[in-house]
Write a protein that binds this ligand. Structure first.
Ligand SMILES: Nc1ncnc2c1ncn2[C@@H]1O[C@H](COP(=O)(O)OP(=O)(O)O)[C@@H](O)[C@H]1O
Ligand SMILES: [Mg+2]
Length: 251
């Protein structure tokens, strides 16, 4: 018998306490979370509830204070920064709230870079870039520098870059926060395709249209999960033999 698949994401009593001039600021307070392969999870909650901190920790961009983080059955909260960098490049795409594009590279080069760093040929990287820029209505911006783009364009480039290596796990912090309705629609369509391919998505959003596409909506308040609801049980894949104590308030 094959063992049940490990969840793509698992956290155990995850905590983040920032130090603000010697004053502890608890940002994430004991989060137990499991995300199964292929799930699309939206994380919502008021400003300051710990959404960004949580998603940053899942991507290895912020160190946890206590608790455990597992990705694909492998413990990762103990990894070095360089080991994290390798893991992210191969498996995790991250869309930052404020984009973090490489300023002195063109849009095309920003999107091709992740594939080139993992050993794709120039031809492969280019084909992938063309496909993503086309899907996000950015083809005519390929030769522009990020600084010459609008906020909404930069946000879509950041999404294209995060998807360049077809990551198993896509993490995004408010990926439609700067978009008008047309570009939101393009991003939603692309996320829908990513989801349909079986890639796992966890994103922070304030946008009900984005959350409406998710299989599951998690609500954070003061650094804790206060609600975890399936919104589309029919579309959900079955969970494989998990025993995590995720708070589940269904309805
Ligand atoms: N670098 C930091 N140093 C100190 N406190 C921080 C830092 N980043 C976030 N915080 C605090 O942690 C809490 C959660 O912040 P954050 O994760 O950004 O919330 P959200 O993304 O839900 O708005 C807030 O109280 C915030 O002020
Ligand atoms: Mg935030």
């Amino acid at each position: 018998m094959t063992p049940p698949l490990a969840p793509v994401v698992r956290t155990v009593n995850l905590e983040k306490i920032y130090q603000n001039g010697g004053v502890p600021v608890p940002a994430v307070r004991g989060v137990d979370l499991q995300i199964e392969e292929g799930e699309f999870v939206a994380i919502m909650g008021p400003s300051g509830s710990g959404k960004s901190t949580l998603i940053h920790m899942l991507g290895g961009l912020d160190a946890r204070t206590n608790g455990e983080i597992w990705l694909d059955g492998r413990r990762v909260d103990t990894l070095s920064e360089s080991a994290w960098a390798v893991l992210r490049r191969k498996k995790v795409g991250f869309v930052f709230q404020f984009f973090n594009l490489v300023a002195n590279m063109t849009v095309a080069d920003n999107v091709e870079l992740p594939a080139l760093l993992t050993g794709a040929s120039a031809k492969e990287a280019r084909a992938r870039r063309e496909e993503l820029l086309d899907a996000l209505n950015l083809t005519d911006r390929a030769d522009a520098a990020p600084g010459h783009l609008s906020g909404g364009e930069q946000q879509r480039v950041a999404l294209a870059r995060a998807l360049a290596n077809q990551p198993r796990l896509l993490l995004a912090d408010e990926p439609t926060g700067n978009l008008d309705s047309r570009n939101t629609r393009d991003v939603l369509r692309l996320l829908g395709r990513v989801h349909a391919k079986g890639q796992t998505i966890a994103l922070v959003t304030h946008d009900a249209r984005v959350a409406g596409m998710a299989d599951r909506v998690i609500s954070l308040l003061d650094g804790q999960i206060v609600d975890d609801a399936d919104v589309a049980p029919a579309r959900r894949r079955p969970r494989g033999g998990t025993t995590g104590d995720v708070i589940e308030l269904r309805g």
